[in-house]
Design a protein around this ligand. Structure first.
Ligand code: PHE
Ligand code: NA
Length: 515
């Protein structure tokens, strides 16, 4: 049995930590970009359906798996899965739930360190008086996109180290003394900054403060539903991918956090509190900041163009300049609010990525939490350095693709089959509702058994063999007329065959250098 005696301090602390785990850079940078790239209002309907039919069921599955494993003294997915079915196969599947986190943390913490640095530069007034070109080249120098001769982005490396030291230190303070405290401080500040920026975004008016269009243009683009997209599998895949990433499902972090709740704690309602808090932050705050402000200044077409190869540029090359349109003081404050919000969102998520590894080492090898935390920091440093040093070579995107997208779907599919079909829905349903103040509607028993696995298979197969441009009709026609199946460069098979990687890098570099 485990000597690991970690636990949560309070129900509020648990929910804030779980919400902090879910609410991350994904809510403010990834969501708006996915929405823009997939047609704004065309994205929202599949997104909400995926939330209700895949996200919510997976939250219940993962929370109840975690609490179940915790009762048996296990706090990481290899042994949590092992308690649910003795065939050793599942134990190995569970390893995903540790390593995916480490791999995601390796690029996520780098991004998190940018937000730290940008808070510092907003306070220091670095961006005041810069024009758009200067802010953009500040970013390029920062990540060293072919600017210096040494090829080492010194400042980026220093902030990356600082960020890892901070994460390691908080993790070494344990669950209630470190992670929970960070969430109790970070989440309220994040909401405060978010509300301020959302207010600025929504009230941005055409013709004022240098804005050409006003915030409502971006909001309308996002919130005018377009039903024709329902027939486009590509949009569905993007929506499902965003739901996974944003809720942190398919990762192993939720199971780990939930393994530290006590036996009779309500999980049905706690899971919904944390999950819906993430959705509030994403669809209300997340959609009222980046898009309304950038579209208000630049127009929809330009923003679509800027996000074509990912959203990082928009946040770090463009936003500081737009904020400075609001005057020196409010501009600097908005910079602190925006990057500070990103920092709190980021750190409460990267801490979550550290806990499965820590739980595993504490449970199985009896490591102290200091040792476990330190080893996590060192591994992330080593694995993260390639994203720092070869950022421009597309390493960052490779990590995000394999660890942050593909492996989430694989793991979620496996655990859903284990939960609903091997462990079985009779026991599973009892686990979900045990200790619940409000019982889960029984409709969800059917959803978890049939709909969720079916959708997951659809997402998995779709991302495995997705056709070029998401055009399934043309791909099937190609099968008939002998042209063969035209794979999308982004599909898993195409990526495995290495096709398209070069093109992808070329696209990233080009668009990083436009402007
Ligand atoms: N859900 C987080 C976000 O939206 C990312 C995350 C993934 C956090 C996996 C923890 C584990 O940014
Ligand atoms: Na999120």
């Amino acid at each position: 049995p485990s000597t690991n005696t970690e636990s949560w301090g309070s129900r509020v602390g648990l929910i804030l930590a779980m919400a902090g785990n879910a609410v991350g850079l994904g809510n403010f940078l990834r969501f708006p970009v996915q929405a823009v790239q997939n047609g704004g209002g065309a994205f929202i309907i599949p997104y909400l359906i995926c939330f209700l039919l895949m996200g919510v069921p997976l939250l219940w599955i993962e929370w109840s798996m975690g609490r179940f494993g915790g009762k048996h003294g296990h706090h990481s997915t290899p042994f949590i899965l092992d308690t649910m079915d003795r065939r050793s196969f599942w134990k190995y599947i569970g390893v995903f739930g540790i390593f995916t986190n480490i791999a995601v943390a390796s690029y996520y913490c780098y991004l998190e360190s940018w937000t730290m640095s940008y808070v510092f530069h907003s306070v220091a007034g670095t961006f005041a008086g810069m024009d758009q070109g200067q802010v953009a080249s500040f970013f390029e120098k920062y990540v060293d996109v072919g600017v210096s001769t040494t090829g080492i982005p010194y400042e980026a490396v220093i902030f990356f180290l600082l960020c890892l030291i901070l994460n390691t230190w908080i993790l070494s303070k344990g669950l209630s003394g470190g992670v929970e405290k960070a969430a109790k401080i970070g989440m309220p500040l994040l909401i405060l900054f978010g509300v301020f920026l959302a207010y600025k975004g929504i009230t941005l008016q055409a013709g004022k403060e240098g804005a050409l269009f006003g915030g409502s243009v971006g909001l309308n683009f996002l919130w005018t539903p377009q039903f024709d997209s329902l027939a486009n599998p590509k949009v569905w895949l993007a929506a499902a991918g965003q739901i996974f990433f944003t809720l942190s499902v398919g990762m192993g972090t939720i199971q780990c956090y939930a393994s530290y709740v006590s036996k009779k704690d309500d999980i049905a309602l706690n899971a919904m509190s944390a999950g819906w808090m993430n959705e509030f932050v994403e669809v209300v705050l997340g959609s009222a900041i980046l898009i309304p402000i950038s579209v208000g200044y630049l127009g929809i077409d330009r923003v679509i163009e800027l996000t074509a190869s990912g959203g990082l540029g928009l946040g770090f090359r463009t936003m500081p300049f737009l904020f400075s349109q609001w005057g020196t003081f409010i501009g600097a404050f908005a910079g602190v609010a925006f990057f500070g919000l990103l920092f709190f969102a980021g750190i409460t998520s990267s801490l979550a990525m550290g806990t499965p590894w820590m739980g595993f080492m504490q449970d199985e090898f009896k490591w102290t939490r200091e040792k476990a935390a330190l080893s996590f920091g060192i591994i992330v440093l080593i694995l993260g350095l390639p994203t720092v040093l070869f950022f421009n070579e597309g390493v960052f995107d490779e990590y995000d693709y394999w660890a942050g997208t593909v492996s989430l779907v694989v793991f979620a599919l496996a655990e859903t089959i284990l939960f609903a079909w091997v462990f079985g829905m009779t026991k599973g349903w009892k686990e979900i509702n045990d200790g619940a103040d409000l019982k889960v509607p029984s409709f969800y028993k059917f959803v978890i058994k049939w709909i969720t696995p079916f959708l997951l298979i659809f997402v998995f197969v779709g991302s495995l063999i997705g056709p070029a441009g998401g055009d399934w009709g043309a791909a099937f026609a190609g099968l008939g007329n002998g042209e063969g199946w035209n794979l999308d460069n982004g599909s898993i098979i195409a990526q495995l065959m290495n096709k398209g990687i070069k093109q992808q890098i070329a696209a990233t570099t080009d668009s990083a250098l436009v402007e």
